[in-house]
Each structure stands twice: as C-alpha cells, then as structure tokens.
Ligand binder design. Sequence first.
Ligand SMILES: Cc1cc2nc3c(=O)[nH]c(=O)nc-3n(C[C@H](O)[C@H](O)[C@H](O)COP(=O)(O)O)c2cc1C
Length: 184
Amino acid sequence: MTTDRTLIIVGHPNLADSRANAARIAEIENLGNVTVHDLYQNYPDFGIDVAREQQLLREHDTVILQFPLCWYSVTPLVKSWFDVVLNYGFAFTLDGSASELRGKKAWLAVSVGSSLDTYTTEGVARRSLDEYLAPVRQTLEFCQFDYQGVHAVYGMMLNPSEDELILDAKEYGRLVASNGTPVG
Ligand SMILES: Cc1cc2nc3c(=O)[nH]c(=O)nc-3n(C[C@H](O)[C@H](O)[C@H](O)COP(=O)(O)O)c2cc1C
C-alpha cells in the first residue's frame, strides 16, 4: 500500500453539467491520500491564492491535472494557474538549478469531445492529443516534474452511454488508488 499523497487539480468550468469529469471525481474523491482541489470552485473570479497553491504542491508527491480539452488545450483557469503558481524561484530558475517541484510525478487526466480516430493524421484534428498537449508537458518538465503522460477519455461529444462513463471512471479510480500512471 502506497503512502504517497496525490493532489488532483480539477479545472472544469462547469462541473454541474459535466459527465466525464464528474464521474471521475465521484470515483476518487473519497480515496485516502488523495486531495481533490477544484480550481473553478475555489477561484470563480480567477483570483488564485498563489501561496496556498504552492503549499498544496509542496504537500503532495503526485500531481494530476484533470480537465476537459478546450480548444486543443487546457481550460483558461488551468492556464492562469500555470501563469501565477509556477513562478520563478518556486518552480524554476533559468539555469535549472532549483525547483521545489523536482521529482514529483505529474500526469494529465483529460476528457475529449471528439473520437480517438479524429486525433490521427487522417482525422479532422490531424494531430494526436500528445502533440496538442506538448506545451503542457514541456511546462511541467521545465519545472522538473517527472511527467508521466496523459490518461484520456475520447468521444464525449458523441453521447457515450452511462456504462462507458462508469468504465472510464473506474479505470481512473484504479489508477489513482494504486498510484499508477497512464499507459501509452
Ligand atoms: C469551449 C469548449 C472548447 C472545446 N474544445 C474541444 C476541442 O478542442 N477538442 C475536443 O475534442 N473537444 C472539445 N470540447 C469538448 C469537451 O472537451 C468535452 O465536452 C468535455 O471533455 C466533456 O467532459 P465533461 O462531460 O466532463 O464536461 C470543447 C468544449 C468546449 C465547451
């Protein structure tokens, strides 16, 4: 059994209307050693408490950023969180000599509207999700997180069944509970 502490930073603008992210949260919110931190609930006006966010990061070993894909990227508050929380001296120095985040594991839990085959060279999106999320990966790696990849659920705009959602949420819960990391 792991004693690693996991911080799940949720960046969904409207969880009341969510299916994928709401199901995922329901699956992990009562797990031990897991802190679920809802950015839009805490900072509806984008007034992020930087000291509090940095303290939360210090107190955890693994950080999961959970968000719905928004115009091929993170949601606006997650981007703002990068902008103000990952600041010089705390998250990086220009010569790479220091970061309070060094060695913490980080991965992304992303829900995607279109289907997986959309995110191929032949598909409408023409690029993979990993390609779209490369700036996020680089941001985390620049801050010396140990980046573990993306755990995605696709096709949310294709009205998946409740069973499909439950399956995805259970897989996510299993991954978080076992302190596992995304495959592929
Ligand atoms: C403003 C906005 C932008 C979106 N951009 C994308 C996108 O770039 N690619 C995509 O596949 N889906 C996109 N979607 C669809 C969402 O990713 C999808 O509805 C969400 O992941 C579903 O998760 P939920 O059930 O937790 O809300 C977008 C949705 C909104 C509202």
